[in-house]
Design a protein around this ligand. Sequence first.
Ligand SMILES: [Zn+2]
Length: 216
Amino acid sequence: MTSLENLTQPISVLETLKIKIKEAIEKAKNNPIAESRLIEVEVLNNKMEDNFIKKGYHDTEDIIQEDLILAEILKSTSLADNIIEFEEMLKQIASEFGLSEEWAKDLLAHENAHANVSESLNEDWIGYGAVFIKDEQGALSNIQPIHFSRPKMNWGPKESIIKKIEVLSAPRLYGNELSEGDESDLKINNERLEKIRLNEEKDKIHIAELRGRLGI
Ligand SMILES: [Zn+2]
């Protein structure tokens, strides 16, 4: 009698959310991306970014490649649509892989900081998630919590990089530390911005010289 009553009970919203997240984790866990592939992806992304800065716009080929790379990474990612789902995801990962509650709490605050600033700057939002990574032997070697957002395609290189820098530095605004990945991405993007500014200065000097020569 009791079991029958249980069967007819509607599943609560929280239970539905828990099941959805469990399935997302399971799917990503069974399809981790190789560490070596992530290194290749980083090289490709840097190449596309350099091309974007040089040309001032995104090549169609690069846009397609970028979308393919994102789709590939998302296959190894458990995706959460919002912060409530992400909190549940981190809890489940912590309990399944023996990580502390503190770990989950810190990462929630950290990724939320990135996401808040990204939203305020009007970047394209994809979602929160955790990327499952395997080593060369195929064994699960890392789980990387992350927020996925990207600059709008119609922004120029300077605007895009300035906003990226703000999003990367976001945890500092909330009193959180930056990750090693944030630090190295920040360094790369600061160097890119510096280079763009130097080129702008050179262009200004060049125009001034031309004006001087032409007497205008
Ligand atoms: Zn970060």
